[in-house]
Design a protein around this ligand. Structure first.
Ligand SMILES: [Zn+2]
Length: 397
C-alpha cells in the first residue's frame, strides 16, 4: 500500500495508555509519559494524559499498555524501483519491513539496478531519478531517502555541485564503483561535504562479485561521514583494523544485519569502552545476496542487547535517535516538533520475560502491534513479528 502524502492532512492523533515510552535518546532513553499527541504528522505533546490537550482528536488509539518507540530507521538499504528488488526477485520488501517497525530507510546506493550506468552523466541521472521516485512514492508509508550515486573516476567538483542542486543528499557506498583508493575517495568526499551531500564507505571484503576490499587505511583516509557496515558486508576486517577505525575517527559506526555478527559485537564493545555509543547506528544492508530481512533491525536490536550486554532501551537508540542525529532526520526521537513516526510493541506471546525490555535482553524479538508514520496508522498487528501480548487498538476515528 502506498499513500499519497498530499491527499489529506493527518489530523490530530492521540495515543493513550502507553505502558512504556522509549525516547530514542541515549541520554534519557525512557520517558515518564503515558500519552502522546500529534497534529498533522508532528508531535505536539508528550506526557501524562491528564496534562495534554486531547480536544478535537480525529484518531484515538488505546495502546492497552504496550510500549511506544520512535519508528525504526534502517541506515543501509539498496532499493531499485518502487517496492521491488531484482536482487532476490522480491516484491513488497519495503512494506514488509514496515511490519518490522521500520518507518525510514536510507539508500546506500541503487547498485542492484539492472544495467546500472557507470558513466558520469548516467550515474548522475540514475541518482536524481531515484531521489525523485522515492520522494514521490512511499511503499507502506515508509520514507526512503534515495538517490545515492556510486562515485567513479573522472568526477569533478562541478558534478557534486550539480547533484546537490538537483536534490541529491547522499553518496552511495564508496568502493562499490571504480573508486577504491584513499586519495580519490577523500577528494570526492570533501566535494560532497562542501555541497551538503552525506557520504558512506563500504568497509571490509567484497560483498558481491564486482565490489572490492576496503581496509582501514582507505576508510580512515576517505573520512566518509558513516563507516558503512564496519562489521563487513559480509566479510569483516580483522579486529585490530576495526579498533583502528573506531579510535582513528569520530564518524558513524554502522552495524548491519547482513554482516559479521561477531564483528558487530566487537565494534559495540569497543565503542562502549570509548564511551562513544552515540556513534553506533544500525542497518540491514538489504536487499542483498543473503536476502531481505523485514525484521532485520529488530533482530539487530535484540542481538546487540542480549549478546552485547546492552540494556534494551539503549539498543533501541542505535536504531532511532542515534541515526536521526547523525543523518539530520526530523524523526527518530520522541520530542515535540519531531515527525510522528512510532512503533508500538510488546513482549511476544509466551516470551518467558516479564516485560518488553526484558524479552529483548533475553534475545527474543518484540511483537509489533501498530505502526504510525507521519501521524497516520499504517499497520495494526504486524503480519511478520511474533504476536505481541498486548495490542493497541483504534478506539475513535
Ligand atoms: Zn557494502
Amino acid at each position: 500500500m502506498a499513500h499519497d502524502q498530499a491527499a489529506d492532512a493527518a489530523g490530530k492523533l492521540v495515543i493513550r495508555n502507553i505502558g512504556l515510552m522509549l525516547s530514542g535518546a541515549l541520554e534519557q532513553p525512557i520517558l515518564d509519559a503515558d500519552a502522546i499527541v500529534a497534529v498533522d504528522g508532528r508531535i505536539v505533546g508528550v506526557g501524562r494524559l491528564k496534562d495534554l490537550d486531547t480536544q478535537g482528536a480525529t484518531t484515538v488509539v488505546d495502546a492497552n499498555g504496550a510500549a511506544l518507540a520512535p519508528g525504526l530507521i534502517d541506515s543501509h538499504v539498496h532499493p531499485v524501483a518502487g517496492d521491488w528488488t531484482p536482487r532476490q526477485s522480491q516484491l513488497n520488501w519495503i512494506d514488509s519491513s514496515m511490519h518490522g517497525g521500520v518507518t525510514t530507510m536510507i539508500s546506500a546506493g541503487e547498485v542492484h539496478t539492472p544495467g546500472r550506468a557507470r558513466d558520469i552523466v548516467g550515474l548522475k541521472a540514475l541518482a536524481i531519478s531515484a531521489q525523485r521516485m522515492y520522494a514521490n512514492f512511499h511503499p507502506g508509508g515508509v520514507k526512503l531517502h534515495a538517490g545515492a550515486p556510486v562515485i567513479e573516476h573522472g568526477m569533478e567538483e562541478s558534478d557534486f555541485a550539480e547533484l546537490a542542486s538537483a536534490g541529491v543528499r547522499l553518496l552511495g557506498e564508496i568502493g562499490l564503483g571504480g573508486v577504491k583508493d584513499g586519495p580519490t575517495g577523500r577528494r570526492m568526499v570533501e566535494w560532497a561535504r562542501k555541497y551538503g551531500i552525506q557520504s558512506t564507505i563500504h568497509t571490509g571484503g567484497p560483498s558481491i562479485p564486482g565490489s572490492g576490499l576496503i581496509d582501514k587505511d582507505v576508510v580512515l583516509e576517505c573520512d566518509a561521514d558513516v563507516v558503512g557496515h564496519i562489521n563487513g558486508g559480509h566479510t569483516a576486517l580483522p579486529d585490530d583494523q576495526i579498533r583502528c577505525i573506531c579510535e582513528g575517527c569520530k564518524r558513524g559506526l554502522e552495524l548491519v544485519h547482513n554482516g559479521n555478527e561477531r564483528s558487530a559485537l566487537y565494534t559495540l564493545r569497543t565503542a562502549r569502552e570509548m564511551n562513544e555509543l552515540h556513534r553506533v547506528i544500525l542497518g540491514t544492508d538489504g536487499p542483498a545476496g543473503s536476502g531481505v530481512q523485514p525484521l532485520g533491525i529488530l533482530r539487530m536490536v535484540s542481538m546487540l542487547s542480549s549478546l552485547g550486554d546492552v540494556p534494551a532501551e539503549i539498543a533501541f537508540c542505535f536504531a532511532t535517535g542515534n541515526t536521526a542525529r547523525m543523518r539530520n532526520l526530523d524523526c527518530g526521537l520522541i520530542e515535540v516538533g519531531r515527525t510522528a513516526d512510532f512503533v508500538l510493541m510488546d513482549k511476544a506471546q509466551h516470551s518467558p520475560a516479564n516485560s518488553l525490555l526484558e524479552s529483548v535482553r533475553l534475545g527474543d524479538l518484540p511483537g509489533v502491534g501498530m505502526v504510525v508514520i507521519d501521524g497516520r496508522v499504517t499497520a495494526g498487528r504486524s503480519r511478520n513479528t511474533p504476536p505481541a501480548t498486548r495490542i493497541p487498538e483504534i478506539v475513535a476515528r
